[in-house]
Ligand binder design. Structure first.
Ligand code: ATP
Ligand code: MG
Ligand code: MG
Length: 348
């Protein structure tokens, strides 16, 4: 059987491996960490760094197709891998989503609406952008941010010096604060044949910058859900995308704003494991393996809750809850802010 290579061995790589196994594929994980969540379930684990050219070549040659669970793969590593095997989704999606500034410009060029933003190459640019966009605003590093890391909220222009220093010299953008009614996301998939399938939009609530719950259905009018799905398929088609993408949206009185896109399976799509016949992980594997996309129709109302940090005192109640499906990632140390697992609960 074919082997699917997965760059990154976190929980997303783990759940991708489990879905691939269900379809009869083998998986090979590339991750510098020895004991990563995906290594417990994948067939092979190549433990090496992203600057190890020999290891990258060995990895590529052991797989038939390569995919990834995170967007910050170094360009040089991709260059090596791509010489040997197809990478799906492709390089364009990675290049755009690795940099918040590039991503926002690309979305705007596509005719979509990101949050108001400005490039912040230096301190003077920050003061000018604050005068232009007003407060509150959020200063974000262009690269490598996740779970709200690398972001500082600015409530008053007097805080600009401290906020700029907090970026530690990293290139940044300023975003105007969006007074959204709610946050939703679309998990969209596009097959090798160009077919697009979207899951119902979910409604997301964050705690301390980390996704806390995703609730299905999102409490939005039917027309807005249609807008969200159409916008998502425009993004995937423009990128000639193959695989699953998570698209985070702000619902505002004036319509939908695109917060960010993630060229991979997405935390807000975990509900699909217990709310649809084909979940986002299998859908992604189907797409990158060149199989037809599956049926992602939602068959109930559902709430996904992340288990962040120490969840030990909640475990018994979750296991006894007849509506709850527990998914743990096999991480040994429950550090604060660390995603340890999630629970999908049927609510209707
Ligand atoms: P992820 O873990 O989803 O990749 P991230 O670190 O890339 O997160 P963002 O998605 O940019 O961070 O922001 C995290 C959360 O902070 C958003 O989901 C939203 O709740 C809030 N937020 C971010 N930008 C804005 C904004 N411009 N206006 C209002 N709220 C915002
Ligand atoms: Mg992000
Ligand atoms: Mg986000």
């Amino acid at each position: 059987g074919a082997t699917i290579g997965i760059l990154g061995g976190g929980q997303l790589g783990r759940m991708l491996s489990m879905a691939a196994a269900r379809l009869g594929y083998k998986t090979c994980i590339f991750d510098p960490a020895g004991d990563c969540p995906a290594s417990h379930v994948a067939n092979y684990h190549l433990k090496a760094a992203y600057d190890d050219a020999g290891a990258l070549e060995q990895f590529a040659q052991s797989c038939d197709v390569i995919t990834f669970e995170f967007e910050n793969i170094p360009t040089a590593a991709l260059d090596i891998l791509e010489r040997h095997r197809p990478i799906r989704p492709g390089r364009d999606a990675l290049r755009i989503s690795q940099d918040r500034l590039t991503e926002k410009r690309w979305l705007a060029d596509l005719g979509l609406t990101p949050a108001p933003f400005a490039d912040i190459p230096d301190r003077a640019a920050l003061d000018a952008a604050l005068a232009d966009l007003g407060t509150p605003a959020i200063l974000k590093t262009r690269r490598f941010g996740y779970d709200g890391k690398g972001q500082v909220r600015i409530d008053d222009a007097s805080q600009s010096g401290a906020a700029f220093d907090a970026m530690q010299g990293a290139p940044a953008i300023l975003e105007g604060f969006v007074a959204f009614e709610r946050e939703i996301s679309v998990i969209a998939a596009r097959g090798l044949d160009g077919a697009v399938a979207c899951y119902d939009p979910g409604e997301n609530v964050h705690r301390d910058g980390i996704l806390h719950t995703t609730t299905l259905p999102a409490q939005i009018p039917h027309g807005l859900a249609t807008d969200a799905v159409l916008l998502a398929s425009r993004i995937l088609t423009a990128l000639d995308y193959v695989g699953v993408m998570g698209i985070e949206l702000f619902v505002t009185p004036r319509g939908l704003l695109v917060n960010e896109i993630a060229p991979r399976v997405h935390n807000s799509g975990h509900w699909t494991q217990n709310g649809a016949t084909i979940d986002q992980f299998e859908q992604h594997i189907r797409a990158v393996a060149g199989l037809p996309l599956g049926d992602g129709a939602r068959f109930g109302d559902i709430v996904m809750e992340n288990l962040v940090g120490d969840y030990a005192d909640r475990l018994d109640a979750i296991l006894r809850d007849p509506t709850a499906a527990l998914h743990l990632y096999g991480k040994s140390e429950p550090r604060p802010g660390r995603k340890m697992g999630h629970v999908n609960r049927r609510v209707g």
